[in-house]
Design a protein around this ligand. Sequence first.
Ligand code: ZN
Length: 495
Amino acid sequence: MEQKLFVYNTLSRKKEEFKPITPGRVGMYVCGPTVYGDAHLGHARPAITFDVLFRYLQHIGYKVRYVRNITDVGHLEHDADEGEDKIAKKARLEQLEPMEVAQYYTNRFHDAMAALNVLPPSIEPHATGHIIEQIQLVKEIMDNGYAYESEGSVYFDVPKYNKVYRYGKLSGRNLEDVINNSRELDGVGEKHNQVDFALWKSAQPQHIMRWPSPWSDGFPGWHCECTAMGRKYLGNHFDIHGGGMDLIFPHHECEIAQAVASQGSDMVNYWMHNNMITINGQKMGKSLGNFITLSQFFSGEHESLAQAYSPMTIRFFILQAHYRSTVDFSNEALQASEKGLSRLMEGMKNLKQITPASAPGSVTMDYVNELESKCYEAMNDDLNTPIVISHLFDVCRVLNTIVDKKATIDAPTLEALTKVFHTFALDILGLKEEVGSNSGREEAFGKVVDMLLEQRMIAKANKDWATSDKIRDSLAELGFEVKDTKDGFSWKLNR
Ligand code: ZN
């Protein structure tokens, strides 16, 4: 069945039907991490949001080229444009080679992404591997007259560009607002205007990350990499560019300006942004110092955490909110997600264990078909994952009525229901069963009880009543209620 996907485009400020430039193919670029520290909950959100989009686009039949970069140079401390390079600073403090810092945190980022079941992108380009492309971009912008050299650095001339095109169309700002909001402290220095941003920075003598260029030994400005690498791997025009809302200004605004100033037209058709994760109502971020890293969540080792939270609990927590809504972190909210996730996993277990009825059951194929179309409808409505989850919870409720013998389902309906549940929970939402998590432990523990009761059946068949009674009585002492049924046994734990 053909799906009509609608996505909210930050540029047009409305939901639009997704129409790819090339039929059947999607080019998608998402801004990746700056690798100078451990990934935190704020990084998990864009990674998971665009992972779901990547999975869904593929599910509905597109071939997707998903590019997510690694920023390993050029991201400066203040407003991305001033101060020390974040990676070079970390390297200086820890007496490491900058690429050691970048590699170390890239590896840790990959580990965290794998734990969250985030699929690797098709291409993961590094900024330091694309200095030539970035120099080329700066040259083109200079040739078109929208950038100037000053003391070996190159700056984008924002007011000049704004006379011809509109600077601020993505963020909805006009140049006057930007000028009024820029910090007096920064001063103009070598820039012609306070609002101009760096395309190339001349390196100070002590700066270790430096490359030769026509203007100076230096390094590219942060915004250049995404424009240069997006163009290299996805072409002059591509479908989707994503990232966190905090990147809309200045990063993505500057990317648009660079693309237009170099090639005369926009590069991206759909700009998509996920909202932020807040902690006590404030954005969570490294620069604010209120962040909790993903590995701290997984281990529980942080003063704000009441317990450890498994990667799937974090993923589920993020998917329980629409990606354009804010999510406020709290232990209570995460504990509720943990419970919700184990309800879904319980549903998955029930799908495996239910014995289908031989006659048509009370749960019908109509129910399954309606469920499937409601789940697609929610995904097609700008990836409404919380609604998909609510439909899956409804399936869990129905499965419980079957387990309690208040409803029945026949084999083909059960098979179809399992397929829909797996498609949305596993393939599209990207959830997975976790061994060692609460639900994983419970499953292992249940299997041990099954094993004991199988031994009891063997003992009974051998008329070894002493062993059979001992197993039953020992389990009863621990609170297990064992029943003999016509095809074997059933048990539950009364606590
Ligand atoms: Zn970027």
